[in-house]
Ligand binder design. Structure first.
Ligand SMILES: [Zn+2]
Ligand SMILES: [Zn+2]
Ligand SMILES: [Zn+2]
Ligand SMILES: [Zn+2]
Ligand SMILES: [Zn+2]
Ligand SMILES: [Zn+2]
Length: 308
């Protein structure tokens, strides 16, 4: 009995001496020297790590605790279980495609997906001069850095071709845009009144026509008469409109047009009419500005012909 009692006490002392040394949560060894103690923020559980494991073990990329056998991998990063589940609910960086444990910037723009960018991508990638977003791929156009999206939908000045980023002048009827330089300084097209830039031409009477208006300008009276014949046929075939034949179609200079228009009560005096009809006794003549763009001329002749 005595022997048993001594054995029991020996065992007791042996055990109690050993159990006072902490056990490393990673390698499981009793720690007799310095060790590190971590308290898990969520559960309050304490983790003790020996000095050796402290230096050698992989650390959680968020909280920094050394990781044992249970390592959670995501996007080439290692996490403890707590941080892993937290990071799963974090946004993904649109550039490096990794979940963002830390700070990030969110970019929103009409018609574009929301973009979250992690801090390292934010400082690494160039920003688009147009939309302001950092982008993996950028192009330099007119010395402006543009993301692929903006480069593909780039708006250029209709007159000089420059890429427009800041202030633009838009003419909604035409859906044309101009830079402020062209808007302010270019002569106006005599036909459409838009800035006449590259490719514009001077018409036979000295008026300037923009590229569009100049391209289809009808300069010969024969061509104008042909258009009149087509309109006449079209109105008759399509609408059964039989309107009396006009005695003639003539070009009329802008000065003469302005003068004639001043007799017409409906004329507003602000602009020179593009066409007019003149009654002489019983015959009617149509007068049109020289070198109007074809489509406009069709409208002008049809209007004057139907309203004679
Ligand atoms: Zn250890
Ligand atoms: Zn962690
Ligand atoms: Zn990133
Ligand atoms: Zn952009
Ligand atoms: Zn311009
Ligand atoms: Zn024009």
């Amino acid at each position: 009995m005595k022997h048993i009692l001594i054995s029991f006490l020996t065992l007791f002392f042996f055990c109690s001496a050993r159990s006072s040394d902490p056990v490393c949560s990673i390698c499981g060894a009793r720690i007799t020297s310095d060790y590190f103690k971590y308290t898990l923020s969520g559960s309050g559980e304490e983790i003790i790590v020996c000095a050796d494991c402290q230096t050698k073990a992989i650390k959680c990329s968020i909280c920094g605790i050394p990781l044992g056998k249970q390592v959670f991998n995501l996007d080439d990063r290692q996490y403890c279980s707590q941080c892993f589940y937290k990071v799963l609910s974090r946004p993904v960086c649109g550039l490096c495609n990794k979940r963002i444990p830390g700070n990030y910037t969110t970019y929103t723009a009409a018609g574009r997906d929301i973009l979250h960018v992690c801090e390292s991508c934010e400082s690494l990638y160039a920003k688009c001069d147009c939309c302001g977003r950092p982008a993996l791929y950028t192009e330099i156009i007119d010395s402006k850095t543009l993301c692929r999206n903006c480069a593909s939908t780039v708006i250029r000045c209709k007159a000089c071709g420059a890429v427009l980023l800041d202030k633009i002048y838009r003419y909604n009827i035409y859906n044309y845009t101009y830079c402020s330089d062209c808007e302010k300084n270019l002569p106006r097209c005599a036909v459409c009144n838009l800035p006449a830039g590259k490719g514009s031409r001077t018409l036979s009477d000295g008026r300037i026509a923009c590229t569009d208006c100049g391209a289809t300008a009808v300069g010969s009276i024969d061509a104008v008469i042909k258009i009149y014949q087509l309109i006449k046929g079209f109105l008759y075939a399509g609408y059964g409109m039989k309107i009396r034949e006009v005695a003639g179609i003539e070009f009329c200079s802008l000065e003469k047009m302005r003068l004639l228009a001043s007799d017409v009560s409906t004329y507003d005096n602000r602009s020179v009419p593009q066409g007019l009809f003149r009654k002489d006794n019983d015959s009617v003549k149509i007068l049109v500005q020289p070198e109007l763009p074809r489509n406009l001329l069709v409208g002008v002749i049809a209007h004057e012909y139907a309203n004679q």
